[in-house]
Design a protein around this ligand. Sequence first.
Ligand code: FES
Length: 104
Amino acid sequence: MIKVCALSELDNRKPFAATVDDVDVVLVREGERVHALADLCSHAAVSLSEGEVSRKGIECWLHGSCFDLETGKPSSPPASEPVDVYAVDIRDGDVFVDVTVTTN
Ligand code: FES
C-alpha cells in the first residue's frame, strides 16, 4: 500500500489523477469511501480522470462509456472490457492504494 494523498484533498465525485508504482490511477471519493481505477479507458488510450463522475460511474470523455466504480465494467458501448479496480485503504485520514491487488 502506498500513500497517495490525504482524504481531505479529494472532492466528492471529482476525479483525482495519481501515479502509484508507475501505474496511472484515478481516485474517486464518495463520502468516506474512495475508489481507485486504472486511469486508462479500455476502449482507447485516454485518461478516465478527464471525464466526469455520475451515479453510474466515471464517464469516458471521448466516446461516453461509463465505468462502474466498484466493478470497473462499462455500462455502455463502445468500451466492452472492464478497467482494473485497485485495493484502497484509508488510515488516519490518508488514502493508500495497492496497484498489485485488484478487487474486480
Ligand atoms: S476512448 Fe473511452 S469510450 Fe472510447
